[in-house]
Design a protein around this ligand. Structure first.
Ligand code: ATP
Ligand code: MG
Length: 569
């Protein structure tokens, strides 16, 4: 490609809202352009990077035995009604109706479409398993689209759906996908971890996320320093916390007046005990399909409630903070809520780590009173769940090592769905015994357009992007320093043609621009290598540049093709 015929507008400054390096650099280097909130156009360079990522994904997915399909981006809402998700999905789902008043959605994910494609066609266990995938546009009306391609509203996803005759075969495919994803992210040159994403799944593997380690990541992950355990904080478990200090003892639950002491800090200071021995009541409004109610979650005063775990515990779609009025209406006393003397119909859950614990301080469900000497006994087992957020320094539940917190960007998610969608949508087959069963399903996603940004978020410097070879739109740039110098132009053209003939993706910067402009653009766009043909050609020399470390090496012009071949063929 000749730069003079190419379209890659570059900019000195990025728009103010581009706060992350990947967002700013991809705009400045002419890869992407924003045209609305969470909406981006890809310029030629962006499209080339996307296609290179797609190619790696497709090669590995095809090698795994999955078959590529393409679901329509606009999906009939009836399918979403069948699965029960039309009303449940929330505002991220973009719903609209056509001229005939029929409802549609723009696919945020395609489980429904996948079941619809397979049901009534795969009717025997003999034709299972089957794995269908696509690389296609998704739309999610995200509450806070931000960080450029990292969290857009429209984005490209690789989504796959597998169908199996039993759980064991689903687990086999899940493991195949874990290996496939690992190969994909390794080929892309990313530093990633597959982390547990499902609470209670310790040692199990119902759901795993692939996280690229990056300081600007939106996800917190905990990684063990001595075994392979790694998990999203939303799912991370830990060994039960212990505390050797003095307990606030009392012979029986005794009620103390604690005027206006509404926080755990107030209580711990007043009784001069560690927060470990207090119980915190976190009151939330749990949202269900067509109702909502206040639910109380009890955790130790030194712990934080993990919201995803809380949602799972009460089976809600989502939870939000309960207002003072809602708390009062539920008969609860904010600041003085505890597990004893709760209103009869109050819904509450207690963290597993509190089970059987004794001599604790908790609210008395009466304004300005707390109990001390409370024992967490005589509660039904169903009340106890894993509710707390594991944190930096906690002990690994598997090996006793220390857990460390780090940031990650989710680039993939693999999930053993089971029979949820197939049952709702009548996706059935006859098993070996002639019995009708719903398919066992898995689903597997990769954020393809997000990966463009991830490549740069994890690989850039002050001057610009640094692309790895498999994703770089061009592997080599031939920079002609002075387009008016005939000797330089002739030699540069020769190198360009030779490299092209070797199958190398090469950009020939033949523009009639100042050398400084060309060099700045090269550094900003960040392709792996460049050959600079300038004044020293007269002495038979050219320069070979490596973008990653900005190493510049003078080499004899006779040797340059050998060097290019060595690096790129
Ligand atoms: P997140 O927690 O980041 O919102 P998710 O759990 O909603 O992700 P999935 O539904 O599992 O994501 O989608 C599969 C993949 O699609 C994710 O792993 C991620 O890489 C990508 N993805 C999800 N939402 C977006 C988005 N708004 N913009 C770009 N990529 C996205
Ligand atoms: Mg999401």
């Amino acid at each position: 490609m000749k730069f003079s015929k190419f379209f890659a507008p570059t900019f000195k400054e990025a728009p103010k809202e581009a706060t992350l390096p990947s967002h700013a650099l991809l705009i400045r280097a002419g890869f992407i352009e924003q045209n609305g909130s969470g909406l981006y156009d890809l310029l030629p360079l962006g499209k080339m990077a996307l296609d290179n990522i797609k190619k790696v994904i497709k090669e590995e997915m095809d090698a795994s035995g999955a078959l590529e399909v393409s679901f329509s981006v606009v999906t009939n809402a009836d399918l979403w009604r069948e699965s029960g998700r039309f009303n449940v999905f929330g505002k991220e789902l973009l719903r609209f109706s056509d001229r005939k008043e029929n409802d549609f959605v723009i696919s945020p994910t395609n489980e429904e479409a996948a079941v619809s494609m397979v049901r009534n066609k795969i009717t025997s266990y003999k034709n299972l398993p089957l794995h269908l995938y696509q690389i296609n546009t998704k739309f999610r009306d995200e509450a806070r689209p931000r960080f450029g391609l990292l969290r857009g509203r429209e984005f490209v996803m690789k989504d796959g759906y597998s169908f199996h005759a039993n759980k064991e075969d689903l687990k086999r495919e899940f493991d195949v996908m874990e290996a496939t994803y690992s190969r994909i992210f390794t080929r892309l040159g990313l530093n990633f971890r597959a982390v547990e994403a499902d609470s209670g799944a310790i040692g199990g593997s119902g759901s795993k996320e692939f996280m690229v380690l990056a300081k600007n990541g939106e996800d917190d992950i905990l990684v063990c320093d001595s075994c392979k355990y790694a998990a999203n904080v939303e799912a991370a478990v830990r060994k039960k916390r212990e505390f050797k200090g003095e307990r606030p003892q009392s012979n029986m639950p005794a009620k103390f007046k604690t005027p206006n002491m509404k926080t755990i800090d107030d209580i711990a200071n007043f009784f001069n005990v560690d927060k470990f021995f207090t119980i915190k009541a976190v009151m939330k409004k749990a949202i269900f399909e067509d109702s909502s109610r206040v639910v109380v979650f009890f955790v130790r005063g030194c712990d934080e409630l993990q919201e995803k775990k809380a949602i799972k515990a009460c089976g809600a779609i989502d939870i939000e903070d309960a207002s003072d009025a809602e708390v009062a209406e539920a008969g609860l006393v904010a600041g003085f809520c505890g597990p004893i003397n709760l209103p009869e119909n109050a819904e509450f859950y207690i963290d597993n780590e509190l089970k059987g614990e004794h001599d604790l301080i908790c609210g008395a469900n009466e304004k300005d009173y707390h109990f001390i000497g409370f024992n967490v006994v005589n509660f039904k087992d169903e009340r106890f769940c894993d509710l707390v957020a594991a944190d930096e320094g906690d002990t690994c539940a598997i090996c006793g090592g220390k857990l460390h917190k780090t940031k990650g960007i989710e680039v993939g998610h693999i999930f053993q769905l089971g029979q949820k969608y197939s049952k709702m949508m009548n996706g059935t087959f006859l098993d070996e015994n002639g019995k009708s069963q719903a398919y066992f399903m898995g689903c597997y996603g990769i954020g393809v357009s997000r990966l463009i940004a991830v490549m740069i978020e994890t690989n850039h410097d002050d001057l610009g992007c640094i692309w790895t070879k498999p994703v770089a739109p061009f592997e080599l740039v031939v920079i002609l320093s002075n387009a008016k110098d005939e000797e330089q132009a002739k030699f540069a053209n020769e190198i360009y043609e030779n490299a092209k003939n070797l199958g190398i993706k090469v950009l020939f910067d033949d523009r009639n621009e100042r050398f400084g402009v060309k060099m700045n653009d090269y550094e900003l766009m960040g392709f792996p290598y460049a050959v600079l043909i300038g004044k020293s050609l007269k002495e038979g020399k050219v320069e070979f540049i490596t973008r990653a470390n900005l190493n510049r090496e003078q080499v004899a012009k006779a040797d340059i093709m050998a060097i290019i071949k060595e690096k790129l063929c």
